[in-house]
Design a protein around this ligand. Structure first.
Ligand code: SF4
Length: 339
């Protein structure tokens, strides 16, 4: 979706764009940033949910399955029409459309009679897996939500000495806005449904990372990530979070159990501040290790991350790996006002 451009506007421009947006529906406002969308995407704003449902049904091929084009239109429609004041919840129409897509995906899975691929789940119901990471994450597939829409992330980016001020995910989404749609659809999917087990794909990489670009916001995310780990039981999985309360709630409610092949990593809030794993584990016994970012490498002689690629290093994915991982900050120091 290369035709979406994310721009920071000044107040005068915002006033103008807001007016223009009302007339032409060419922009979405998200957290006071504007996503300028293509004419084609904007035209979806004028289509009713009823028409989208009818378009899906009308697109049926001889085998009774929706066309991928109609599915994509339905997912784009959800993206364009979603109420962005509600970060995690969906309305009734969005729920019905997702349920139609699940039903269709189940019929497709029955027809092919094997576990779905990563590309198929994207086409069938919008489940996005990032398979082309570069740098440190090269070779690892990740499943994430959108940190630009997560109130927990937004709040922490406003705290001056919080590591979230340097959020690489937000910077990446802003420079590659095409990521915004799939991460948003993931957020809505994982927060509102337990993905049917037969629709969970086989993930091809040796290691799977959860939340490379966002964080937890609902207990259903935890249930889904744990189910994905269980289905891909031979793979090593890791979930980074600053919000272990959500995992505790999911476990306390008995909604899920932590699989053996996942490592839970508590990502420290403050720069240059050690975190006690022992203290954390008194409340959150499911946490396996802590991850701390240090502003200056020379501040800390124990930096044990950052110079390798995760696939060959594997420390964070291995139950026997170091319990404290210290990383040197890679991005230039920024203040909350820069964001
Ligand atoms: S310690 Fe290894 S696995 Fe963990 S983040 Fe650093 S390079 Fe990746």
């Amino acid at each position: 979706m290369a035709n979406i451009i994310n721009v920071k506007w000044n107040d005068e421009e915002k006033k103008y764009i807001r007016t223009e947006m009302d007339i032409y529906s060419k922009a979405l406002v998200v957290n006071d940033d504007f996503l300028i969308i293509s004419e084609k995407m904007a035209s979806l704003a004028n289509i009713t949910a009823f028409e989208i449902k009818a378009n899906l049904v009308g697109s049926m091929k001889k085998d009774g399955l929706f066309t991928f084009k109609a599915i994509k239109t339905a997912l784009d429609w959800i993206f364009v029409n979603h109420d962005y004041s509600k970060a995690f919840s969906i309305n009734g129409d969005e729920r019905i459309i997702f349920e139609m897509l699940f039903k269709n995906a189940k019929a497709y899975q029955k027809k092919v009679s094997r576990r779905l691929t990563e590309k198929e789940v994207k086409k069938l119901y919008g489940f996005h897996i990032c398979m082309n990471h570069g740098g440190k994450m090269k070779g690892i597939h990740s499943i994430s939500t959108n940190s630009m829409l997560n109130p927990f992330c937004i709040a922490h980016r406003k705290i001056a000495d919080c590591v979230c001020c340097h959020c690489y995910a937000v910077n990446l989404i802003k420079t590659r806005p095409s990521m915004f749609i799939p991460l948003t659809i993931n957020q809505l999917l994982f927060s509102n449904f337990i993905i049917p087990v037969e629709l969970i794909p086989e993930i091809k990489s040796r290691k799977i990372r959860f939340e490379a670009f966002g964080d937890l916001g609902t207990i259903l995310q935890v249930v889904n990530y744990f189910n994905i780990s269980k289905v891909n039981g031979a793979k090593k999985c890791a979930l980074w979070t600053k919000n272990p309360v959500i995992i505790k709630r999911a476990l306390d409610k008995g909604l899920t159990q932590k699989p053996k092949n996942i490592q839970i990593i508590f990502s420290g809030f403050r720069l240059n501040q050690p975190v006690s794993l022992e203290t954390l584990q008194k409340v959150f016994p499911f946490i396996d290790r802590v991850f701390v970012v240090w502003e200056k490498e020379e501040n800390n002689p124990f930096i044990n991350c950052g110079k390798r690629d995760c696939d060959s290093c594997g420390t964070c994915y291995d139950e026997n790996g170091a319990k404290v991982v210290n990383e040197a900050l890679k991005m230039a120091k920024r203040t909350p006002a820069d964001r």
